[in-house]
Design a protein around this ligand. Structure first.
Ligand SMILES: *Cc1c(COP(=O)(O)O)cnc(C)c1O
Length: 433
């Protein structure tokens, strides 16, 4: 037996849990926006690991930074001072968020959100009701996705995510997304925070409206609530701005208290983070929000290792140095304009935010086709599979949206190539009986 080299495809089903509905493709190599599978077939990868690869696959500067760091020091505990955390946090605060604050490093998006949820609970204990009982309710929204851990899953206002795992963590209140009146009604004296994605990813690239964002901002100030932004998918320049919420309301009008990131932050090396604003707890309380999670209150063994920070720092350096958010914004608009010009009968809406583009499908027309109906697949998965067969990887988002999450350093030539496959495949789907 050659433990390191023996391989049978059947082992995946035999030895690995069945919790993913996998497409039958085995990618083995990536370069820029391209992937190759075990058969040598080449794909244009606009799934990007679901918004994880902002610089494409195996970017030389990131690969070099990881390799060098791996040869120097992979891991030390957070009992010690980790240089990369100080460097990466400084760049995030000074050059990305541009609002004074502090970062915590973890390993994933769900963990980053767990940290923000703990911050909210701590805030509610620190600034309780008049009778001393804590405020603990966190408002979240329909269509949200915050992760798979118990807290993040409970925060996610989707029955299909918590179904079968009850009872879930109490204290989350779900409100229809972008419904200001419903939000106002949902606020009680126990409310302590409002958590949302500026651009919802998993439910189909659905943005918060500028009006709603402003309403949340003022309600938070009025009721002393924390505004928590989940930018795990829409952050780090993905939407065409270094911060996702600024692609909805530019500048500094919106005042988030905390922001979570993962996905694009590490180019695929597991890394997550959340930032807390440096502000006083109250007018006459000089303690700082960003210092509320003091020694012993929160932690992780792996989080912010020298290797993870090296991956994060190299990634963010390229994003900022090459001004990739601006490039993404421009190319995203071009792609959306081009697809809109087709007036394709299978596309009913396009929502483009930089390199996060949702194409809403004509679900009704697709589900009427015998081939689609008989496949037993929902429309978005059927279309994603057809695109995959044609050599373009896209990601289903809900039943009727396919997402493009291409690298932020995409060239126009790559975009043109993908548009060609996209259009041809849509045309073929149209002719299906
Ligand atoms: C992917 C995602 C998460 C969860 O991130 P993991 O790294 O899978 O834990 C949380 N929030 C949003 C908005 C996401 O897109």
């Amino acid at each position: 037996m050659d433990r390191m080299n023996d391989f049978e495809p059947a082992w995946l089903d035999q030895y690995v849990m069945p919790n993913y509905g996998r497409f039958p493709v085995w990618p083995v190599r990536g370069e820029g926006p391209y992937l190759w599978d075990t058969e040598g077939k080449k794909y244009l990868d606009f799934a990007g690991g679901v918004a994880v690869c902002p610089l494409g696959h195996s970017h030389p500067e990131v690969a070099e930074a990881i390799a060098e760091q791996a040869k120097t020091l992979i891991h030390v505990s957070n009992w010690y001072c980790i240089k990369g955390q100080a460097q990466l946090a400084r760049v995030i605060v000074e050059e990305m968020v541009k609002i004074p604050g502090k970062c915590f490093f973890c390993n994933s998006g769900a963990e980053a959100n767990e940290g923000m949820i703990k911050l909210a609970r701590k805030y509610g204990v620190t600034k309780p009701l008049a009778d001393g009982s804590p405020r603990y309710e966190i408002i979240t929204f329909t269509g949200s996705f915050h992760g798979r851990t118990f807290g993040a899953m409970s925060a996610t206002a989707q029955e299909k995510i918590h179904g079968g795992f009850g009872p879930i963590v109490p204290g989350f209140v779900y409100v229809p997304f972008n419904d200001a009146e419903a939000l106002k009604k949902a606020i009680t004296d126990k409310t302590v925070a409002i958590l949302f994605e500026p651009v919802q990813g998993e439910s189909g690239v659905n943005p918060v409206t500028p009006d709603f964002l402003r309403t949340v901002n003022s309600l938070c100030q009025q009721h002393d609530l924390l505004m928590l932004l989940d930018e795990v998918q829409c952050g780090f320049g993905r939407t065409g701005e270094t911060c996702g919420w600024r692609s909805i309301v530019p500048g500094d009008e919106i005042k988030p208290d905390a922001i979570s990131w993962a996905k694009s932050i590490g180019s695929g090396y597991p890394l997550g983070s959340f930032w807390i604003q440096d502000r006083a707890l109250a007018e006459h309380d000089a303690r700082k929000l960003c210092d509320l999670l003091g020694p012993g209150t929160h932690g992780t063994t792996y989080g912010g290792s020298p290797l993870a920070c090296a991956a994060g720092l190299a990634t963010l350096n390229v994003i900022l140095r090459d001004d990739l958010p601006a490039r993404s914004a421009k190319l995203g608009r071009q792609i959306a304009g081009e697809v809109a010009s087709w007036k394709h009968p299978l596309i009913t809406d396009i929502r483009a935010f930089g390199m996060m583009i949702g194409f809403e499908l004509n679900e009704e027309a697709l589900m009427q086709k015998a081939a689609v109906k008989d496949s037993g697949k929902i429309a978005s998965i059927y279309v994603a599979k057809a695109m995959l067969d044609a050599g373009l990887l896209v990601v289903p988002a809900g039943p009727k949206v396919v997402r493009w999450l291409p690298p932020m350093n995409l060239t126009e030539a790559h975009a043109t190539e993908a548009l060609g496959i996209f259009q041809t495949t849509l045309d073929q789907l149209t002719t299906l009986g």
